[in-house]
Structure formats: structure tokens, C-alpha cells
Design a protein around this ligand. Sequence first.
Ligand code: CMC
Length: 392
Amino acid sequence: SGYITLDSGYKNTGATESAITFLDGEEGILRYRGYPIEQLAEESSFIEVAYLLIYGSLPTQEQLDSFTNEIKIHTLVNEDMRKILDGFPSAAHPMGILSALVSSLTAFYPESLNPNQKKEELDLSIVRLMAKMPTIAAWSYKNSIGHPVNYPKNKLDYCSNFLHMMFAYPTEDYQIDPVVVKALNKLLILHADHEQNCSTSTVRLVGSANASLYSSVSAGISALWGPLHGGANQAVIEMLEQIKADGGDSKKFIAKAKDKDDPFRLMGFGHRVYKNFDPRATIIKKAADEVLTALGVKDPILDIAKELEEAALTDQYFVDRKLYPNVDFYSGIIYRALGIPTDMFTVMFALGRLPGWISQWKEMREQKEPIGRPRQVYVGEKERNYVQMNGR
Ligand code: CMC
């Protein structure tokens, strides 16, 4: 005691041992439970990956069927939740709604507040959250455009059901495009976990106080919303739009990003851990081309993104600082092509990250980790005497 090591931003402080995700930032390696992200993105489904992250191994057919069915049973949310939703102004950002409604699950399922839940009880809390997040997310969107909400359709798979709740209208039939379903699965898999990032550390820290899974994940959603974290995917599209409106000169924006007197940063560039490339960005860039081609979408913003990437990668400033496109640089372009509105991008990230948050929270509990409580180096005033109002 007495001597505190200062590590602002926890750049070099390990907060836990974890068996969930392996990440090598120098080599650009990402594995969930030992399986390379490239293989999972290509071969697996989001629900299977969620099971893998939460329970530690790939499910047998029986385990997968049971997990899938359990989730389907719980896709409806309590009707009273709609009243909470109605209370939000239509301009509310869906991330704020998501965080509030996930937190409100503690009110509908108070048993989740018990830190000593038995395994079956915790499993139920987990499937409830997996099942209800897409419903809440899609409803927040419907609310924002003033349209009636769609109830979940349990004959549909996880991703198709979400698309149905987002895009179906009572007046028309909605055809779910398999290209869109496949792309959505891939994006959610790529976002599913990323070891001790800001939102996951938040989930673990909040949970370490024995706060419930729902409260902890709600806090994680708030952390993810920040533009330096998950909010970057929305910020990237807004930046690309701005470049387009400005005449499309990417060099001008590179210069702005390099200017230390200008707060502008190249959104979707740089990463705390990846210093060579972000393996998720490599997969997403390829997928962006494939999805846009398959859907017959021509988006001028994709060309601007590629130009900008090219210009940054050959610029000494970015080379010296090892700044590369991260997962958020191309994900927004795919979401746009899928018809997801810009302010829902970070919600999509949250849907993807959910199994990661759950597995990390569960691991923290299973490892019986102590309450998280960083120390500080005090640099304030020495002791001084209280001064009456007339003496100040
Ligand atoms: N544009 C311009 N300069 C940058 C950028 C950028 N996007 N990112 C880092 N730098 C510079 C930074 O100014 C600093 O320069 P100097 O050494 O001259 O002071 C140097 O590179 C190191 O940056 P840092 O801020 O110390 O690095 P960090 O590890 O604290 O921050 C980051 C990582 C991701 C917050 C940062 O790179 C950033 O703000 N990127 C833009 C936002 C973004 O895309 N976030 C999504 C991250 S990936 C998904 C996720 O985590 O959700």
C-alpha cells in the first residue's frame, strides 16, 4: 500500500484472467474460445456463437435446438414496456431507449436482482435478455418513426425475426432476403466479443458490485454509445456524408485529422490494441463489396471510404501511429445497404456484443472476482479550513 501505479485509460493494466476471447493486436488475431474469427464468420450462426461464448464450447445439435427454442419462448416483452417506450419523444436516440428498457427488465424480473441465482435461474435471465433485446431494439426504431410495433414471429430465426420486427408493415407482406440474413449473421458474429473493451469492462465493473445482469448490460450499452467506442459506426457514415457533401476530397479530411488543433479524428480509424490491422475490418471490407453487389446497391460513400482508407494508409502520420481501419469503418456501409437507419447502427453493435457481455459477466461471477475499485493519485489541495460565505 502507499505506492499507486498510474495507468490512465488502463492501457497496460490487466483487470482479469479470461478464457473467452484471445486477441493479439500485433498479429491481428482474434479468436472466440480458441476458434478463429474468420472461420466463425464464414461457417457459424450468431446464435451458435452466442452459445459458444456463454457456455464455452460449440453446442451439439440438441444443445443448439434447446438454446434456440428457449430464446424463442421469450421474445415477447411485457406490454407495460410499450408504455415506457411511449413516454420517449420520437426523436430519442435508440441507444438511450435500449439502455433504459434493458435496465427496466429488472422491474419485470426482480428475481434477476438476486446475486445468488441458481444455474437454471441465471440461464433463464440470459435467454430472456438474448430474446428481448432484438424486440426492444426494433420497437425503439418503430417508435422513432411513429409506426406501430411488430410482434416477434417465432417461426423465424433470430436474425430474420429482427428484420421482420424492423421492416414489416401491417399493410404489406415483408419478404426477408437471405442475402440480408447472411450479412446480418456475419456482422453480429464479428461484434460478439472483444475481450476487455470499454463497454465489457463496464459490464464487469458494474457486475462486480453484485449488480444484476440487466443493470450491468444496461451500463455496457451506455458505454458502447460513446463515439470513441461503438458510436463510431454512426460517426463514420456521418463523416463520409460530410466528405461527400464537401466535394469528396478525402485528402482535406486527412489533413484535418492530422491537425492537433482540430478536434476532428478520422472515425473508424485506430485501435487501442490492433497495431497492424483489425481482422474484423478485413472481413467486413470484403463483405461490404459482396453484400452491395448481391443487393445491387451502388453507394457512392463506399468509394469515398475506399479512397479515404487508401489515402490514410499511405500517409506518414497514420503509418507512424499504426492507425488502420477498425471494425466500424465499413460496418456502417453494410448496415446502410441492408436498410438499417444510421442512428440504429450502434444498436446493431449492441445486439452483436450482447453474448460477449453476458459471457464476461458470467465468467466474472464464476471466478468470484472482488468488487472492481481502481485507486488514484491525489493531486488536489492540501487540507484547508472552511471559509464562511462572506469571506470568499
Ligand atoms: N484520427 C487521427 N488521429 C488519431 C486517430 C484517428 N482516428 N486515432 C488515434 N490517433 C492519434 C492520436 O491523436 C495520437 O496521436 P499523438 O501520439 O500524436 O498524440 C495517437 O494516434 C495515439 O492515439 P490514442 O488516442 O492515444 O490511442 P488510444 O488507444 O487511446 O485510442 C481510439 C484508440 C480507438 C479511441 C482512437 O484511435 C480513436 O479515437 N479512433 C476514432 C474512433 C473510432 O474509430 N473508434 C472505434 C474503435 S474500434 C470499435 C470499438 O472499440 O468500439
